[in-house]
Write a protein that binds this ligand. Structure first.
Ligand SMILES: [Zn+2]
Length: 277
């Protein structure tokens, strides 16, 4: 990239990440609710992934879609034979509007507790105001965060255990979660990953000075996880449709490829930004 003042670069990055119309359509288009494996289910739209982890003592919902997605999620939960009101815990992989904007409404409907990482909790509680990436049109209903998650914490509900892995960079508090599921008598390791896409400057970022170091550490963490099954915040990131049609989400190689590809993009952008005068 030729020389560009930081503010211009920031604007360029923001416009690049502004959803194109086609993307918006897939963010809203309904998609059949389905079981991924064991007690892990999909209740999102064509591209905005929401996950329902069911247990005999209530359920965990990870991510919502856009602000008007509560109804779609409710329908998907019902389609699988469950009830929205039985959701006890809300989580997110990143505090960006396209993954959290309906969580406030769902929290009111279900009285579920919101758990979030320290850094994302701040953004969730102010509806996105404190994150400069979230311009006016990307703000959302503020949430009440009931528990602050730390790296390595375990979330327990009805015999299911989810381990929290801080994987910051995309947002300051982005998180991934690991668990194991049993499907037809076989045990699989699962990662619900927040993929490391870069949407802010990596050098001289006054809002997020540690961004480059955080990404580097997050890629190291994600590579060490090596799951049998993986999913991510955007369905397109893990080829959801293809796997859904195939009827299997087992894909250890695809996970490695996806993490390596994003790490390479991150390193390329870092090198480019460092070359600027
Ligand atoms: Zn995002």
């Amino acid at each position: 990239m030729p020389y560009m003042p930081r503010t211009l670069l920031l604007l360029l990055l923001m416009s690049l990440s502004t959803p194109a119309l086609a993307q918006q359509e897939s963010w809203k288009a309904p998609f059949p609710a389905h079981k991924i494996a064991g007690n892990l289910n999909y209740v999102g739209t064509e591209d905005l992934a929401c996950f329902l982890i069911t247990t005999p003592e209530g359920h965990i919902l990870i991510n919502s879609g856009l602000a008007d997605s509560a109804l779609t999620i409710r329908e998907s939960v019902n389609e699988l034979g469950y009830t929205l009101g039985d959701i006890k815990i809300l989580l997110t992989t990143q505090a960006h509007f396209d993954h959290v904007a309906a969580l406030g409404e769902i929290q009111k409907l279900t009285r579920a507790e919101m758990f979030a990482t320290e850094q994302d909790a701040a953004v969730l509680e102010d509806g996105g105001k404190s994150d400069p990436f979230l311009q006016e049109q990307y703000r959302f209903t503020p949430l009440e965060v009931d528990r602050r998650l730390k790296d390595g914490d375990t979330i327990r509900l009805g015999g299911t255990e989810l381990v929290v892995h801080l994987t910051p960079g995309h947002t300051k508090g982005s998180a991934s979660y690991s668990m194991s599921v049993t499907e037809e008598g076989k045990k699989y390791s699962v990662v619900i990953a927040n993929m490391g896409t870069v949407v802010m400057p990596l050098v001289g970022n006054s809002y997020y000075p540690r961004i480059a170091e955080d990404f580097a550490e997050s890629f190291r963490v994600q590579k060490a996880l090596a799951p049998d099954i993986w999913v991510a915040a955007h369905a397109s990131q893990y080829d959801m449709r293809e796997k859904y049609e195939r009827g299997s989400f087992v894909d250890p190689e695809g996970y490695k490829r996806a993490v390596d590809r994003l790490e390479k993009l991150y390193l390329e952008q870092l090198a480019q930004e460092r070359q600027e005068p």
